[in-house]
Design a protein around this ligand. Structure first.
Ligand code: AMZ
Length: 281
């Protein structure tokens, strides 16, 4: 069972949306690469990234943030949001994304998914995000007439490596996974299914380990705390509040010190040799 810690990107920052609503965004880290690094340091091996602006715009929008994550960590990365054509799929895979997630195009252009899965075996996943039983598209701003199972069946023999199933009603609320619906989908198809939306506690993880969930490949896990200082995310875009370029124990201890100016902190991050001694700080 794989846990995929998640980074959802909005305007270059890591956010958590409630039920996919861009107006209900909690920023928990202004530095996605630092957040990814924190996940890697905690022992995770995989990372789930969503370019939220990309999902709405229909093309990649947080390219710089994703590039920095790819440069920073060696995690096995799956990425979704705004991936709607072969050129974009190839572009991300060339850059080092291990697996791309296709949502809207899986509903509107299933031939693209089939072509991509043939060209890039094991590197194409389908994201199915359900609201009231129907799959939502375009950043979840629109709802299709199709159920997740109907769409999943289209790809049974296409070589799709996983279906990532999100229950929109639970997403971002930290109230627990909808395991019944996810297991129901997994039992009805042969493609591995990943549960998404709502994982809240170790209890969810334990439920994922139960025999009835054995067909699930894993679950995505929302970040809850700032990678730098452990504080909970804030409903604000205060620039710099969570910005760290490299999170070291020394930097963490300096960050909240009133005796080190913001400018010195930045200098320390870009040049660790400028770090004052513990007594000076
Ligand atoms: O939270 C949202 N509003 C949202 C979201 N998390 N909208 C889309 N997505 C994710 C899907 C999937 O991983 O869960 O974006 C990906 C699909 O993007 P697209 O552009 O292919 O539909």
């Amino acid at each position: 069972m794989i846990l995929f810690p998640a980074i959802d990107l909005k305007d270059g920052a890591c956010v958590r949306l409630e039920q996919g609503d861009m107006a209900r965004a909690t920023v928990f880290n202004h530095d996605p690469a630092a957040q990814a690094h924190a996940f890697e340091s905690s022992g995770f091996r995989h990372l789930h990234i969503v370019d939220l602006d990309g999902a709405f715009a229909g093309k990649p929008m947080n390219v710089a943030a994703v590039d920095r994550i790819l440069d920073t960590v060696g995690l096995c990365v799956q990425l979704g949001g705004g991936i709607r054509d072969m050129a974009t799929i190839e572009g991300w895979l060339d850059k080092g994304v291990n697996r791309v997630i296709i949502g809207t195009a899986a509903v509107r252009d299933p031939a693209l998914v089939k072509e991509a899965a043939k060209a890039f075996p094991k590197r194409i996943a389908v994201g199915l995000d359900a609201r009231d039983g129907k799959v939502a598209v375009q950043g979840w701003a629109e709802t299709s007439e199709l159920a997740a199972l109907e769409i999943a069946r289209r790809f049974e023999d296409a070589g799709v490596s996983a279906i990532i199933y999100t229950d929109i009603a639970r997403d971002g609320l930290l109230k627990g996974l909808n395991l019944d619906a996810t297991i129901g989908l997994a039992d009805a198809i042969s493609i591995p299914v990943i549960a998404s939306g709502g994982l809240a506690s170790i209890e969810d993880v334990k439920r994922l380990m139960e025999p009835r969930a054995k067909k699930l490949e894993g679950a995505t896990m929302p970040a809850r705390r700032c990678a730098c200082c452990g504080r909970r995310g804030r409903r604000s875009y205060a620039p710099g509040f969570f910005s760290t370029r490299r999170v070291t124990p020394e930097y963490r201890s300096l960050r909240h010190s009133t005796r080190v100016s913001m400018r010195s902190r930045r200098r320390i991050v870009s040049n660790p040799a400028a770090m004052p001694s513990a007594s000076a700080a």
